[in-house]
Design a protein around this ligand. Structure first.
Ligand SMILES: Nc1ncnc2c1ncn2[C@@H]1O[C@H](COP(=O)(O)OP(=O)(O)O)[C@@H](O)[C@H]1O
Ligand code: SF4
Ligand SMILES: [Mg+2]
Length: 333
């Protein structure tokens, strides 16, 4: 029986159950991950670089790299089974019911077409709008995502836009078909802090106006603290803690979450990279007898490595994967 993160109160728009993803020569990079996202909910997926966040997202989007494979698990989007879906189904779902924005937005834009053409074409093909209506709607969307001179931007090529503007264009394209869920994977990482804050603000507003759910993936805990209602903490391919952002950050129950908080600074704290927790995560595919965080955990005892550590439901929508939950309660805040 897979252990699973307690779900949202609202009816789920996305249900991921027991998802296992391997890369290369059958090296498991995502270990039986289960979680769900409610309609209109904002969920942050956080963890150090290499923890399996992008592979999880790409599995949901049907966009795994050629060397990656879903070994088992289920992905259901608003009642539609995506597990083992055909390329045609994925193509229908992506850009209509599922939107995505990545860090390298430029590589998702066609360099030889104006950005307006690319958005209008999406509206024509996926929403059946006429040429004139698609143009009008594209300019509206460019306005909505905060692009100044939206009519002028319509006629520009991607290389004529800054990174922040390209990201806004990609967000406009992603929300143009009113998706149920928008996945933003490190969407603001490459941008400077001011633009990053503006884009996060924009995602929050779009969530409200378009009623979409948001899966925000980041290695920056401060971003989740500012943007998300619920948080999933991932370490070495596993979800190790989840709950409302407020509660998890106020009272972390997993030593890894606490370690992240010690280095990711929130609010007025200075922002730093997460990769300063001492030690290294296990390699992809590395088999470990118990807790995958044990070699780096200052609370580790022999109890932590004697067998698999399940994700324990702590009630109130919280869960944590630690063999010493009782002993450490109150010690981590
Ligand atoms: N195409 C790939 N081929 C081989 N290994 C990969 C590939 N994509 C990701 N990995 C490995 O899988 C692990 C998880 O990667 P990823 O999901 O990108 O992590 P994150 O997004 O959390 O930084 C990493 O160790 C990464 O090196
Ligand atoms: S199970 Fe043990 S090693 Fe793992 S996080 Fe808990 S205390 Fe640390
Ligand atoms: Mg990533």
């Amino acid at each position: 029986m897979p252990d699973s993160v307690p779900g949202p109160v609202l009816s789920p728009v996305l249900e991921v159950t027991d998802l296992r993803v391997s890369v290369g020569d059958h090296l498991v990079a995502v270990h039986d991950v289960s979680f769900s996202i409610g309609r209109g909910e904002s969920v942050g997926l956080v963890g150090e670089s290499g923890s399996g966040k992008t592979l999880t997202c790409r599995s949901v989007l049907g966009l795994l790299p050629a060397t990656g494979e879903v070994d088992h698990g289920r992905i259901v989007l608003g009642g539609t089974e995506l597990t083992g879906a055909t390329r045609r189904t994925w193509n229908e779902v992506r850009g209509t019911r599922l939107g995505a924005v990545f860090q390298d937005s430029a590589s998702y834009l066609n360099p030889s077409l104006t950005v307006g053409h690319q958005l209008a074409e999406q509206l024509r093909v996926k929403r059946g709008l006429s040429r004139a209506d698609a143009h009008r709607r594209a300019v509206e969307l460019f306005t909505e995502v905060g692009l100044h001179d939206p009519e002028g931007v319509f006629h520009r090529y991607p290389h004529e836009l800054s990174g922040g503007m390209q990201q806004r264009v990609l967000i406009a394209i992603s929300v143009s078909c009113e998706p149920e869920l928008l996945i933003a994977d490190e969407a603001t990482t490459a941008l400077d802090v001011v633009i990053q804050a503006e884009i996060l603000d924009l995602l929050g507003r779009l969530r409200e106006t378009h009623g979409l759910a948001l899966l925000l993936v980041t290695h920056d805990l401060a971003v989740v603290a500012e943007t998300c209602e619920r948080i999933l903490v991932m370490y070495a391919g596993e979800i190790v803690e989840s709950g409302t952002t407020e509660e998890v950050l106020a009272r972390p129950r997993h030593p890894y979450t606490q370690a992240l908080m010690g280095v990711a600074t929130i609010g007025t704290w200075e922002r730093r990279a997460l990769e300063v927790i001492p030690g290294q995560p296990p390699s992809v595919g590395e088999d470990m007898p118990g807790c995958r965080f044990a070699p780096r955990c200052r609370f580790a005892t022999s109890a932590c490595t004697s067998g698999p550590v399940p994700l324990a439901d702590l009630g109130g929508g919280r869960a944590a994967r630690c063999a010493r939950l009782d002993a450490l309660e109150g010690a981590l805040a």
